[in-house]
Design a protein around this ligand. Structure first.
Ligand code: GDP
Length: 481
């Protein structure tokens, strides 16, 4: 009997999820912090205890500079050099990065440099916003005939602020009458410590158009990389970043992943944000299958269940762990959304309370609702939920046109997804109605809405929804006497 009683006490109904616990805490005006450490997720592999014993990896280089100073031309020339040198044959796909071979002395292992060719891309802003810089070396391109320009200064600031190793490429030296020294002096005047003047920033004169000086540039980058001791595990679980992602015909969602550590092979289970997949194939920039990808390489990965976002971190784990981590991350994302909703509700309540207190202080005894009703048009306040953002917008646009000077629709909030408990709270506070357009309402939420006398209108057809809302607005009007 006692045992049955215990079971009764600790039945499922009494176990609170992190979400519910947080909701309750917020109801009491507290600011809950969910301790995620206890929850499952996949984290980057731990740092090696002695990185100096790890194998060297290719440097990852980004070319930056003022518009029209020749970044694209330089990248194209470097890419075609790599194609010509047999690194990649035939037509190349743009995958956000390519590698250029570095001439090696006899007996030396062949080396490469990875050039990223989407520096202005969203992936870079996303990575930088998260403090994840994948660039080891920046090549600052300065056109010899144009000198220092606003974006040149921006790059110089970035290099200084983030302490990035830089190489200056003075470009367009094929142009008649260009003065390389003048360009160097201009850089010096900006505080750039060029090697030629006793500093530590190498400066290489090049022509992206003719290819002159590009071998020097590649060699200079390679020498800098040697001093940087860029080392990473070539085995074990991976850590990488998505450079680009898209749906490709016949391949489904694909993402170019730049590897920073580990070894990626087909069959691996990968996770990126709330997206995951089992690597089906890996392709290089010539669309040739790659059997194994290593640090510094960028490969197009197929096998994703959905499209990962550019700039997001890619990790690897056992299938079951990836699934658990996905569920965990989705729950966390939901909770963050709910928290935002709740903060908005709390804010609304605070405002409501402040107004009531102000009214009480001034001796007013009429209730808020009446004041509003007497002062302006009567409002049918709506919380709108829909299946996709396009349909939510369409419903909101259509509904907020309903009404006249005496009675009208007011949209309290709108959003994508099923009706949630916070929608009910929100509608209750605003004395509003919930509109669920082609989305479902969980049974528990329906019950909550009933308990709080929040009307709920579900519809799948926009015209009948408009009719329905119109008749509700008409009901708000005073009867004609
Ligand atoms: P980006 O905006 O920095 O990517 O610059 P582009 O690569 O698009 O080059 C801008 C213009 O400069 C184009 O007309 C190029 O043909 C030209 N250009 C680029 N590099 C060179 C070069 O080394 N020599 C000469 N003469 N023209 C160049």
């Amino acid at each position: 009997m006692a045992k049955a009683g215990m079971e009764e006490q600790s039945s499922y109904d009494h176990v609170l999820t992190a979400e519910y616990a947080s909701l309750i805490a917020m109801e009491f005006g507290r600011n809950p912090i969910v301790n995620d450490e206890a929850a499952f997720d996949i984290y980057p592999p731990t740092t090696h205890p002695d990185p100096s014993t790890l194998p060297l990896r290719p440097p990852i280089v980004t070319i930056m500079g003022h518009v029209d100073h020749g970044k694209t031309t330089l990248l194209d020339k470097l890419r075609s050099t790599s194609v010509a040198k047999g690194e990649a044959g035939g037509i190349t796909q743009h995958i956000g990065a390519f590698s250029v071979p570095v001439p090696a002395s006899s007996g030396e292992a062949p080396k490469t440099i990875t050039f990223l060719d989407t520096p202005g891309h969203a992936a870079f802003s996303a990575m930088r916003a998260r403090g994840a810089s994948v660039t080891d070396i920046v090549v600052l391109v300065v056109a010899a005939d144009d000198g220092i320009m606003p974006q040149t200064r921006e790059v110089l600031d970035l290099i200084q602020q983030e302490k990035i190793t830089a190489v200056v490429a003075i470009n367009k030296i094929d142009k008649p009458g260009v003065d390389i020294e003048k360009a160097q002096n201009a850089l010096l005047a900006e505080g750039v410590q060029l090697e030629a003047f006793g500093g530590d920033i190498p400066c290489v004169p090049v022509s992206g158009l003719t290819g002159k000086g590009l071998d020097d540039l590649v060699e200079t980058i390679s020498l800098i990389a040697e001093t940087q001791e860029l080392r990473a595990e070539r085995d074990g679980d991976i850590q990488g970043y998505v450079l680009e992602s898209k749906i490709r015909k016949g391949l489904g969602p694909v993402a170019t992943v730049l590897l920073l550590r580990g070894c990626l092979k087909p069959g691996a289970h990968v996770i990126c944000g709330t997206h995951h997949g089992k690597v089906r194939t890996m392709l290089d920039s010539s669309d040739k299958p790659v059997k194994a990808a290593y640090p510094g390489m960028a490969v197009t990965v197929t096998g994703w269940k959905s499209l990962p976002g550019a700039g997001d971190e890619v990790l690897q784990g056992a299938e079951a762990n990836v699934k658990k981590a996905i569920a965990n991350r989705e729950r966390k994302a939901d909770l963050e959304g709910t928290m935002e909703d709740l903060e908005a509700i709390n804010e609304q309540r605070r405002l409501e309370r402040d107004r009531r207190e102000a009214e009480e202080a001034s001796g007013a005894s009429v209730n808020n609702h009446q004041v509003e009703q007497e002062q302006g048009p009567k409002e049918l306040r709506l919380v709108v939920k829909g299946d996709v953002s396009g349909s939510v917008e369409a419903v909101v646009d259509a509904l907020q046109c309903i009404g006249n000077k005496e009675a009208c629709v007011k949209i309290i909030s709108s959003g994508v997804g099923d009706v949630t408990e916070s929608d009910v709270f929100r509608a209750q506070v605003a004395q509003g109605t919930i509109v669920a357009f082609t989305v479902s309402t969980p049974r528990s939420v329906e019950v909550l809405a009933k308990q709080h006398s929040v009307p709920l209108i579900s519809s799948k057809v926009i015209y009948s929804l408009i009719d329905d809302i119109r008749s509700h607005v008409i009901q708000l009007l005073a009867p004609i006497t």
